[in-house]
Design a protein around this ligand. Structure first.
Ligand code: EPZ
Length: 417
């Protein structure tokens, strides 16, 4: 297992490039199952989860390769309906192949994803919506086994604006008979990117990005070329890196419009964040002040930025609360931040953060993707040496983070444990 060694206290300065979005690329890669012609995807980030998804696509009978150019080509020509547990358990997003397999083949066997560090993460809303479209499911030896004659349009009201559930239902609906209306749909920018990809393949979708999405089923989809949107969570992480090191970063490909709630909160804390030409400039001009944050479905403050802004608040003035409104167990970074000297107390789904003048380096343990990013950010600010262990969590969602940070002045090294 790898670890990061960070000598903290250095101000970051320079240009940092955001890669393609993990959470847009994963559903788009799996949506390629719906297309019986080659699909060419660019700006696909080089991440472990992407490699896992390409492996899953190959197991499902697709040709799925990354070309020398970096583009990914997928051709779902000889589909098989089974996604094995050993692969699904390493990446929950594999459940997003359920809708496309039912739409293309009328059957699917996908291992029921177990829980993960941040919560139980059930998929009941995915299955309920697909059943309204004519699918039938059974649980056999830990696998979800789904069958349908042919999916038909339905009117679905989601109990919760689930991102994955909305994505699975949109993908199932594009080849279904008739119209599907999804109400209380998730509105995340990654869903808009998925819908725009499917429209580029000939799907008829409207309302994506709002809470009512309408899909008119078509006979088949055709191949296309598509560029994945930039990763707004990676971008937000680097905005925080500028603030926590009291540096100045010029962030390239920063999807500012998809980060409204994050940018608003960082500005409230005292950061300067503005587009200047082809970059977004982020810097802490003067003292930063703690604020209160509650994570919510988009366009609210994203849960995937909760740990990162908590790291920033831990070295800001005053006190603030961080309330996690999406997942039931997404505070595992708190005890690790406290090892670095942060003053944070937990009460249910709310953390109270009291800013300190400085953190001091220590050995800490990453537990999940965004907690890892939070600990790296804290290590960049902490006095002395911080070692972040189990960095494989980070490799799932941040492309070459240590290289990007070192290029703007961080003293950060990857080592084998
Ligand atoms: C997506 O997960 C993202 N993953 C997550 O990012 C992100 O945190 C999450 O959306 C929320 O924004 C990908 O896009 C690959 P949900 P997803 O379905 O789709 C409950 C990261 O760090 N729920 O919106 O699994 C669920 O338990 C990852 O990049 C049900 O109860 O999220 C959770 O409490 C972490 N039943 C809440 O909804 C269901 O059928 C949000 O889940 C589905 C969800």
């Amino acid at each position: 297992m790898d670890r990061f060694v960070i000598e903290g206290g250095r101000q970051l300065a320079g240009r940092i490039q955001v890669s393609g979005s993990k959470n847009a690329a994963l559903p788009i890669l799996l949506a390629s199952i719906l297309v019986d012609e080659p699909v060419y995807l660019s700006n696909v980030p080089r991440l472990r989860d992407i490699d896992t998804t390409l492996e899953l696509l190959r197991l499902l009978g697709c040709q799925a390769e990354r070309e020398a150019s970096g583009d990914v080509v997928i051709h779902a020509c000889h589909l098989r309906p089974e996604a094995p547990y050993d692969l699904v358990r390493t990446m929950r997003a594999s459940v997003l192949c359920l809708g496309p397999l039912l739409a293309r083949l009328g059957r699917a066997r996908v291992a029921l994803p177990g829980g993960c560090a941040i919560g139980a993460r059930p998929v009941d809303l995915h299955l309920k919506g697909l059943e309204k479209m004519g699918a039938r499911f059974s649980l056999e030896h830990g696998d979800i086994v789904g069958t349908c004659a042919k999916l038909h349009g339905a009117s679905i009201i989601l109990d919760f604006p689930t991102v994955g559930g909305t994505e699975n239902l949109i993908m199932a609906a594009v080849l279904a008979d008739g119209e599907t209306v999804i109400e209380n749909a998730a509105r995340e920018p990654e869903i808009v990117d998925l819908a725009e990809f499917l429209r580029a393949c000939g799907a008829v979708i409207e309302g994506h990005g709002t809470s009512v999405v309408r899909v008119h089923g078509v006979e088949r989809l055709h191949g296309c070329q598509y560029r994945i949107m930039p990763d707004r969570i990676e971008a937000g992480t680097y905005l925080v890196a500028a603030g926590i090191t009291r540096g100045r970063l010029e962030v390239e490909e920063c999807p500012l419009a998809a980060l409204d709630a994050v940018v608003a909160k960082l500005r409230e804390m005292g950061m300067y964040i503005e587009r200047e030409g082809d970059v977004v400039v982020a810097e802490a001009r003067g003292e930063l002040v703690c604020q209160d944050v509650t994570t919510q479905p988009y366009p609210g403050f994203p849960t995937d930025m909760q740990a990162q802004i908590m790291a920033l608040m831990s070295v800001a003035r005053g006190a603030g609360t961080v309330t996690e409104g999406i997942f039931e167990n997404r505070f595992m970074h708190v005890p690790e931040l406290c090892r670095l000297g942060a003053r944070i107390s937990l009460s249910g789904q709310t953390a109270v953060v009291r800013g300190v003048d400085r953190l001091t380096g220590a050995v800490v343990m990453a537990s999940d993707l965004r907690a890892s990013a939070c600990l790296v950010l804290a290590g960049l600010a902490a006095q002395g040496r911080t070692v972040v262990r189990r960095i494989y969590h980070l490799d799932r969602g941040y492309e070459a983070m240590e290289k990007k940070l070192a290029a703007v002045g961080a003293a950060i090294f990857r080592e084998k444990e």
